[in-house]
Structure formats: C-alpha cells, structure tokens
Design a protein around this ligand. Sequence first.
Ligand code: IP8
Length: 271
Amino acid sequence: MRVSRLRELKPTILKIGGSVITDKDKELEVRMQTINRLAEEIREASVQNLIIVHGGGSFGHPLAQRYAITEGFKEQTQKAGFSETHHVMTVLNGLFMDALIWRNIPAVSITPSSCIITKNGRIQRFEDAPLKMLLKMGFFPVLYGDAVLDSKLGFTILSGDQLVSMLATKLNAERIVIGVDVDGLYDDDPRVKKTAKMFKHLTLEELKRLESKLGKPTTCDVTGGMFGKIVELLPAIEQGIPVTIVNATKPNYIYKVIKGKKVKGTIIEKE
Ligand code: IP8
C-alpha cells in the first residue's frame, strides 16, 4: 500500500504526567504497575491515530534542577548533568515503551532532543517528517519532556506540555487528553487545600481569567506543574482543540476518555 494513501485522521494527543508514572517524592522511582495498567488501557481502547507524550517526574526533574539545565549552559560541569538528564528520560521512556510494545501496541519512540531545537526555551525547529510518516502508517509515536539543545541558551529543558501544544496545533489534533494525579483542574492545590474546587468545564476566556490563581507545584518540577501545563495549552485551545484533564492514577479513566466516554474531569474548550 502506498504511504500517501494511508490514513489522514486528526490525531488524539495523550499526555501522561510524570507524577502519574513516577513517585515524585523519591528520585528515579518508577510506578511500573501504573505504566502497565495504562498500557493495558491504551491497548483495550484500540483507537487509531494516537500520539503519546509523557513527563519527567522523579527521573528528569531532580537532575534538571540539580544541574540548572533549564537556565542554559553556563559552566562545563553542567554538561554531565545535561547528558544524565537526557539519559534518565530515555530510561523512563524505555520502561514505558516496554509496557506498550510487549502488549503488541505499535508504538515507536521519538527522541525530542534528536529532532527539536529550542530558542530561549521555545521550540524553534522540529523535524516532523518521521512523526508524520509513523502516524500515516498507523504507528503510535511516543515522545517525552527532554533535555534539548537551545540556539540561545546552549541547552534547556523542554516540557512535555510545550511538546503537546506544538504537536496539537501543528497537526490540528482532534483533542488533547491530559492524565494527571488529581481529578482535574482546581482553583487551588487539592492535595494541600481540602476546600479546593474542581472545574468541570471552562471556556478559554474563563481560563484566562483564572490563570493567575492556578496552583503552583509543591514538589520538584522545573517546568511549572499544573499552572505551566495549562498556560502551554492556550494556543491549542485558541485553535479550537478541546482539552480534557483526568485522573490517570484511577483505573479505566484513560481507557474511557480516549474511547470518548464520560469521566470525571475538567473539559476546556474555546467557547
Ligand atoms: O515533566 C520535563 O517534562 P515535563 C522533562 O512534561 C524533564 O514537564 C527532563 C525534566
């Protein structure tokens, strides 16, 4: 079959937060059971045109913070830190890939640091041909937040959320699903404040008004936690791509949401 004649459906972009697949309180602590369960849910949902992006959790973030990778290249000692940060992300990605591939999911890992260059932390160049071809052929590309080269800073950290937003706008995605470790988007951190209220539905305008009130991260997260996540998604929402935020630590939530079924969570739409 000619590749040019293969499917051209709009993709769904699924982000699995680092706090779901790792224990953010313990460095390099993977939650393998959760990864296996999520892989099982993705297999059972058997959807087409899915791009998966995962975060760094207790793999990428502590190292990135220790070596100040986000701030850019200032001294030679950071070089080992850049390599280590990128390496631990490939290790976490490998564990995720194991879980997907051994379940016969045609997932293929795309290493962001090999196809993306940022400028002052924002994506400047992205070689998207392999990703587009993988999608056309029915593979599931899997990407992740990574330590990447930066044309102004030397290097920096690229969050999975900036990646999700860029992919969604570039490929005009059908929707974005964000799997986190809380039930949705709250007006305060629900793990700290019991009175925090969850939003079921928000329009772009409502979200912009709320921006300043969204919770700042309480554990080590060099890319801004929930606040950073949502701000990154604004361009995609502006383009009319809906975002659903759900609790991926709860069994079957990811399965249901990618199947298009209703689950508890926050939906953010342009209007
Ligand atoms: O967890 C950051 O990605 P995120 C990845 O999606 C690293 O913010 C290397 C810290």
